[in-house]
Write a protein that binds this ligand. Structure first.
Ligand code: 13P
Ligand code: SF4
Length: 300
């Protein structure tokens, strides 16, 4: 492991590359990364970085967003089939049909979506700015929200906007936790604060003390102790690693995203050696998707 990390650092230096890692990545990936963060933080960083090469440790939609925002950098996704099942729950064709049913309704699309879906949408959002994005839209309109029904309905309630959500969801957050997990943990750890990601089922979100993005969780735990976390478990693993003296628990061991776990340290080394997999988004579609992403970034 030490030898691989040494080679990664040397290659990074030699090729003037930067490594970005999402908060769900394995500890060793996060440790070797130059920057870690949630979807919004990583999108903003990738837009602003001047490095000619960015190795993106996360899932495909994140690397695509980076490639759209920073066409001058060579964006690498170490494992090409690290996708997001929720992003694949709506196609551009399905979104066009959805829009046809509600003419005049603006479309908000979660960044966990394909480039084609972003290109068909008015504005993107992430879990950290979904409420703000909805509030930027007219209060008298019904707003279409794709693909995440859970984030859509939570953000609708928070923003006071009327949202028609697409019926998509993140399998990890949807099926990773049950109400019984909360009952058990609350009984055992009554003084702990329960933080939930808004991708969780509304039954979980309604029982949480705080609802926030992974970036929000990072900030919260920096300032507090005794927390129970309901999100993908890479987040909890890394928090425990950097705060070994804090009491940090995962709501359930089941909440593991297989796609976020596909990138291993050897994959990252190979990506830097071979400069693969180069994520290229065709400029026609990138230009349309960039409009939706830029509208979101202008609010962030
Ligand atoms: P955030 O890191 O933006 O909270 O998103 C979580 C997620 O599921 C990314 O795939
Ligand atoms: Fe997609 Fe869920 Fe995995 Fe995030 S945790 S990449 S939303 S499947």
């Amino acid at each position: 492991m030490q030898e691989i990390i040494k080679q990664i650092k040397e290659l990074k230096e030699k090729k003037n590359a930067l490594i970005l890692a999402h908060n769900y990545q394995a500890i060793e990936i996060q440790e070797v990364a130059d920057y870690r963060g949630d979807s919004l933080q990583l999108a903003m960083l990738s837009r602003d970085l001047k490095s000619p090469m960015i190795a993106f440790c996360g899932v495909k939609f994140m690397a695509e967003t980076a490639a759209i925002l920073n066409p001058k950098s060579r964006v690498l996704l170490p494992v090409l089939d690290a996708g997001c099942p929720m992003a694949d729950m709506i196609s551009a064709e399905q979104l066009r049909e959805f829009k046809a049913q509600y003419p005049g309704s603006p479309v908000v699309c979660y960044v966990n979506s394909t480039v084609e879906v972003k290109a068909e949408s008015d504005i993107c959002c992430t879990s950290s700015n979904a409420v703000k994005v909805l509030q930027s839209l007219p209060a008298d309109k019904e707003i279409l929200f794709v693909p995440d029904r859970n984030l859509g309905s939570w953000a609708a309630a928070q923003s006071g906007r009327k949202v028609i959500p697409w019926n998509g969801y993140c399998p990890t957050h949807q099926w990773g936790f049950g109400v019984q997990d909360i009952t058990n943990m609350r009984t055992k750890y009554p003084e702990y604060t329960l933080l939930a990601h808004p991708e969780c089922d509304p039954a979980i979100v309604s029982l949480a003390d705080e609802v926030m993005s992974t970036g929000g969780m990072m900030k919260y735990v920096a300032e507090h102790d005794r927390v129970i976390i309901a999100t993908e478990n890479g987040m909890t693993d890394y928090l425990k690693h950097i705060y070994p003296h804090k009491k940090i628990l995962s709501l359930s061991p089941k909440a593991v995203c297989q796609n976020m776990k596909k990138t291993g340290i050897r994959d990252l080394l190979r990506a830097l050696q071979e400069e693969t997999h180069h994520i290229v988004v065709e400029e026609d579609i990138a230009a349309k998707a960039r409009l939706s992403i830029d509208r979101m970034l202008a609010l962030s």
